[in-house]
Design a protein around this ligand. Structure first.
Ligand code: DC
Length: 229
C-alpha cells in the first residue's frame, strides 16, 4: 500500500495528539507532535532565564536558537513518542501549565517558526507519518495527501485538559485552564505568521460529542478511503 503524509491540525486540547498517535500506531506510521517542539523551546526559555514565565527576551532567544535541538524517540514499552530537548527527556515538563502559559508567544516568533518548520520537513522527508499541529496542512506540508482539521468547544477542551492534569496528580483549576485555552485560541488564530486556519482541502472534524473510539473509527475510515488503490 502506498505511504502518504497525514496532517492533523486544529485547536489546542481537542485531542489531536491522542487521535494522531493512535492512528499512527494502528497503520504502522511514525508520529510527530509539532506542538511538543514549540513547548520544548518554551521550556528552554524558562530554564535558561530567557523567560520570566510571562515575557520572552526575544533577542536572547534568537541568539540561542542554534543551541536548541529537539528530537523524538519511541518508548519501547508504551510505544509512545517522547520529546527530548538537547538529549534530555522533557516529555512531562513540556505539558506543565508554566510552559502552556508562554508557548503561544514563543510559537508566534518568526525565527522560532522557521527553525521548527525546517526541522519538521527534515523529519517528514520519508512518507508514512502523521504529524499534528496548527499549520501542518497549510504551511509545513501543503501537499499532504490527508488533511484533517479538528475542533471542539472551548469548554469541552478545557475539561479534557483538566482531566489530563488531574490524572497525572496535579491540582488544576478549571477556570484557569479555560482562560488559557481561550487565550491560546486567540493568539493561535490571530498571529501574523502561519495562523491557525483550516486548509481548503482539509476535512473538518468536530469531536465535541464523540468518544475516542468513534474518532478513531472515523479517522481510520478516511485513511482507508484515501489509500485505497
Ligand atoms: O498542540 P499544543 O497545545 O501542544 O501546542 C502548543 C503551542 O504550540 C500552541 O500554542 C500552538 C503552538 N503550535 C504552533 O503554533 N504550530 C504548530 N504546528 C504546533 C503548535
Amino acid at each position: 500500500m502506498r505511504k502518504i503524509t497525514i496532517a492533523i491540525d486544529g485547536f489546542s486540547s481537542c485531542g489531536k495528539s491522542t487521535m494522531a498517535k493512535s492512528l499512527a500506531r494502528s497503520i504502522g506510521y511514525l508520529y510527530f507532535d509539532s506542538g511538543a517542539m514549540y513547548r520544548a523551546v518554551s521550556l528552554y526559555c524558562l530554564e535558561q532565564g530567557i523567560s520570566d514565565g510571562d515575557n520572552i527576551d526575544v533577542e536572547k532567544l534568537k541568539a540561542s536558537m542554534h543551541k536548541i535541538r529537539i528530537t523524538f524517540e519511541c518508548d519501547t514499552e508504551t510505544k509512545n513518542s517522547i520529546t527530548f530537548l538537547n538529549g534530555e527527556n522533557v516529555e512531562t515538563e513540556i505539558r506543565s501549565l508554566r510552559v502552556s502559559r508562554i508557548v503561544s508567544k514563543v510559537a508566534a516568533l518568526d525565527f522560532v517558526r522557521s527553525e521548527m518548520i525546517a526541522q519538521q520537513r527534515e523529519m517528514g522527508k520519508q512518507k508514512g507519518f502523521v504529524m499534528d499541529g496548527r499549520d501542518i496542512g497549510t504551511t509545513v506540508f501543503p501537499d499532504a495527501e490527508m488533511k484533517i482539521f479538528v475542533t471542539a468547544s472551548a469548554e469541552v477542551r478545557a475539561q479534557r485538559r483538566f482531566d489530563e492534569l488531574k490524572n497525572r496528580g496535579d491540582n488544576p483549576d478549571y477556570n484557569e485552564i479555560l482562560e488559557n485555552v481561550l487565550q491560546r485560541d486567540h493568539l493561535d488564530q490571530t498571529r501574523e505568521i502561519s495562523p491557525l486556519r483550516k486548509a481548503d482541502d482539509a476535512i473538518l472534524l468536530d469531536n465535541s460529542h464523540m468518544t475516542l473510539d468513534e474518532q478513531q473509527d472515523w479517522l481510520y475510515k478516511k485513511f482507508s478511503e484515501l489509500t485505497k488503490e
